[in-house]
Design a protein around this ligand. Sequence first.
Ligand code: PLP
Length: 428
Amino acid sequence: MTKTKSEELFDEAQHLMPGGVNSPVRAFKNVHRTPRFIKSAKGSSIIDVDGVRYIDYVCSWGPLILGHAFPSVIDAVKNATEDGLSFGAPTEKEVCIARLVCDLMPHVEMLRLVNSGTEAVMSAIRVARGFTGRNKIVKFKGCYHGHSDGLLVKAGSAALTTSIPDSAGVPPSCAKDTLVALYNDEQSVQELFSKHKNEIAAVIVEPVAANMGVVLPKNGFLHFLRDITKKNGSLLIFDEVITGFRLSIGGAGAYFDVKPDLVTLGKIIGGGLPMGAYGGRRDIMKCVSPVGNVYQAGTLSGNPVTVSAGIATLEYLSSHLELYAQLESKTQKLSDSFRSSFGKLVQVNQIASLMSVFWTQNPVTDYESAVCSDTKRFSDYFGFMLDHGIYIAPSQFEALFVSAAHSDEDIDSTIQVIQKYAKHLFEK
Ligand SMILES: *Cc1c(COP(=O)(O)O)cnc(C)c1O
């Protein structure tokens, strides 16, 4: 059989890059398929190098809430490039995006732009430690906060499916200040605070966990975290790299009406280009250099082209707030279809335009219940969807992202494939 162009490229790529990719989950390793090399994308579709078109529910893993190649974002980027790619000096655009974010997220009084979500989290934690004079942080099992040393401690996301609970190369000394609690388990947090009195700088949490598949916070869980951190002089950090501008224009803080001390942003804020940010209370952010003594810097931070894409995205979202209800109803339609097609075989977790279909019979509320899922069944389902033109994340433990570009026809065609798979499954 002749090879597809994706197969040929992947053969060569594997000689040139570890696993043939620049981020592990892209390799399709756990679903035993060849990754599709993408040539172009527009709206809700991506087209691979063999000319095959897919309805895309990965959306670059979250940034593309407006869909691929959104006209006003592309125009903003084109215009910005004409003026030069990088200055290493302040620009008006940085003031504009900072003003936008502070307006949209009232608990963000000041922010600093960085180049990725990983960098945002890493820096926010340094600030929390600098501000409190404490070293320990609490994270939750199954939450992913980027690949910095201190946070690759039982991380979710790709580290979960590639069966590397920790990473080689992370010195034990880096992991020793990271305490791991259980998501949705108040007692596990309480125990850490009792055991490490006056030592915990911050609790960091994905307000909706989206890197062990989508797992919703139980009623009151985020409020509990707000209270216990306050009571103990620790900071609460919401890692809103996925939820920021997605759950609502004000992110999860606004959605759940909980005010964290610091927020980390990424993905949507860059509109598809590499950007992250961290921000929050003014008194805390004033610890950051050059005002304060917590050092953090970046040659390309606040890059004018990247910032232009971010501004165009945030401006469109904030002037089309009706999008959020539309996104939610499209996503609900999909989750209803999964539930009615597969019945007891699946658990569907959904909130706003985020969802996951877990191949397990019991409710998924934390890491332990997520990993009960039948990943072999997931692989089979993934392959069927791919073969029928539906591109979802190649892992049981990732979210499905719906964008504003997904039309009612896209949703209907997707539902047809879901029903076709159910038929295939129940006839076997
Ligand atoms: C994606 C993600 C990160 C890391 O962001 P990168 O831009 O990939 O470095 C951090 N936290 C959460 C919650 C994420 O989903």
